[in-house]
Design a protein around this ligand. Structure first.
Ligand SMILES: *C1O[C@H](CO)[C@@H](O)[C@H](O)[C@H]1NC(C)=O
Ligand SMILES: *[C@@H]1O[C@H](CO)[C@@H](O)[C@H](O)[C@H]1NC(C)=O
Ligand SMILES: *[C@@H]1O[C@H](CO)[C@@H](O)[C@H](O)[C@H]1NC(C)=O
Ligand SMILES: *[C@@H]1O[C@H](CO)[C@@H](O)[C@H](O)[C@H]1NC(C)=O
Ligand SMILES: *[C@@H]1O[C@H](CO)[C@@H](O)[C@H](O)[C@H]1NC(C)=O
Length: 409
């Protein structure tokens, strides 16, 4: 139920194609085994960007190419978005990007204007945090907050943090899209509060975890004042994987991790505590992250290279360093297309609107898009400067690799 990151502008090729042969794997094991001490040390995620208000106009490109998912959308340039009032900073100092809600689209082939932005800086392993006060709602809308490779998708991967269509909340669906050979565990897991929806991460529809908490998407999210989303990515060998957290706007500030709450002076802290042995204030800071809503574990397997696992259905194995490269951060609002178009009927949107098609509904009803806007207080990235490995899954991965080493040696 997603999309193609194809037809993008030509991006840079920073592709490391890691396809592990058994002999290379034993080298890897040999390299990793003596480094248990390193594995136990914390990763150091330090603040790289803290964007708010007008910063967004500098830090992002406005994407104005044809919609790759055949949506009924016309993505506009930054200049056009500013002059048409589709991107601005509101009276609260929040960055707003929205759909056109004034124009009846009369000519077939024309589409409703909207906005899609891509970060200029790419992000590898690290933490991405955003405070949303509002997300797009309305029949026909398909909003998403996600990160994606710039080229050769699904090689390089895609992480959908907040996504859905046609107001079908109240629970968010977080997803990964990868090459063949990456799977998550079906069902429930004690490692997160969500429930696996699809376990095979390859291509479409990808693997996904449905949140268990209400008000994490759509109208419920908005009525509740939105909230904070965070995604932590630790996809290197021995890294723990990809986690997504959500805290509703009603959460007391004192219960939020410092990187998520604004600092006392409104600024973000310089780094995130990740040391599993933390004590005192660091311990309580670490505990504030709690269980993620969705967790996609990084689990190594000797044969889990994309080549070896093409077409396989090995459950619960994803050797993430083979599947994820640096990503752009993307925020968009499309209409209809693969997802919102296909679920326009089942969502009740068609029946509520004389059974018109999604595209016709979007063209003829500008007033239906008054609430189709993102309102963002800030977006922060923390990245990994010192390349060390940690996290609860790291030890699991090391044990797995050690077991593999015993078999091989
Ligand atoms: C955002 O919209 C584009 C269509 O313009 C689509 O390709 C992409 O998949 C959307 N993102 C998500 C995560 O749905
Ligand atoms: C955490 O504690 C364990 C056990 O005492 C120790 O082996 C490890 O090195 C510690 N990790 C860090 C990052 O201090
Ligand atoms: C993390 O990085 C910051 C900035 O480079 C540094 O000041 C701090 O000491 C580092 N912390 C750890 C635990 O390595
Ligand atoms: C690793 O892959 C092999 C071959 O595909 C499979 O039989 C085995 O169950 C996998 N190991 C784990 C822990 O999933
Ligand atoms: C829309 O379609 C449904 C199912 O086919 C039908 O029951 C309903 O009467 C239709 N509504 C209108 C206004 O045509």
């Amino acid at each position: 139920m997603s999309h193609h990151a194809a037809t993008r502008r030509s991006g840079t090729h920073s592709q490391r194609n890691v396809s592990l042969s058994l002999s290379r794997l034993s080298c890897l094991v040999a390299l990793l085994l003596p480094s248990l001490a390193v594995v136990a040390s914390a990763r150091n995620f330090t603040l790289r960007e803290d964007l708010s208000g007008n910063d967004f106009f500098e830090a992002f490109n406005w994407w104005s190419y044809d919609d790759p998912t055949l949506g009924a959308v016309d993505y506009v340039t930054q200049d056009r978005a500013k002059s048409a009032g589709l991107s601005f900073v509101n009276e609260r100092g929040h960055f707003v990007m929205k759909a056109d809600s004034n124009t009846v689209i009369r000519r077939l082939g024309e589409a409703r204007q909207s906005v899609r932005i891509h970060s200029k800086r790419k992000m590898g392993d690290g933490i991405l945090v955003a405070r949303f006060h509002w997300m797009p709602q309305g029949c026909g809308t398909w909003p998403a907050f996600w990160t994606c490779t710039t080229d050769r998708w699904p090689a390089g991967g895609e992480i959908d943090i907040l996504e859905g269509a046609n107001d079908q909340g109240p629970r968010n669906l977080a997803s990964l899209h990868t090459l063949h050979g990456c799977h998550i565990t079906p069902g429930t897991s004690e490692l997160h509060t969500g429930v696996t929806d699809k376990s095979d991460c390859s291509y479409q529809p990808g693997c996904s975890v449905r949140f268990s908490e209400d008000n994490t998407f759509g109208p419920g999210f908005n009525q509740n004042g939105g909230g904070w989303y965070a995604m932590r990515r630790d996809t290197r060998a021995g890294g723990e994987g990809i986690s997504v957290w959500f805290w509703p706007a009603t959460t007391p500030i004192s219960s939020l991790p410092a990187a998520v709450a604004a600092g006392a002076d409104g600024s973000a802290p310089k780094y995130v505590v990740t040391n599993a042995n933390a004590t005192g204030a660091d311990r309580s800071e670490l505990d504030k992250w709690g269980q993620p809503a969705a967790f996609f574990p990084n689990i190594a397997n000797a044969t889990a290279s994309p080549a070896a696992l093409t077409g396989s259905s090995d459950e619960g194995v994803c050797q993430m360093e083979n599947y994820f490269e640096e990503h752009e951060i993307i925020i968009n609002l499309t209409f209809c297309g693969d997802w919102a178009g296909e679920t326009f009927g089942t969502s009740g949107c068609a029946a509520a609107n004389r059974n018109v098609t999604c595209e016709q509904f979007v063209r003829e009803n500008p007033q239906a898009f008054r609430d189709a806007r993102w309102e963002i207080e800030y977006l922060r990235t923390y990245t990994d400067a010192a390349l060390t490995v940690s996290g609860p899954m790291a030890s699991v991965a090391v044990v797995a690799l050690a077991a593999i080493a015993l078999v091989l040696l």
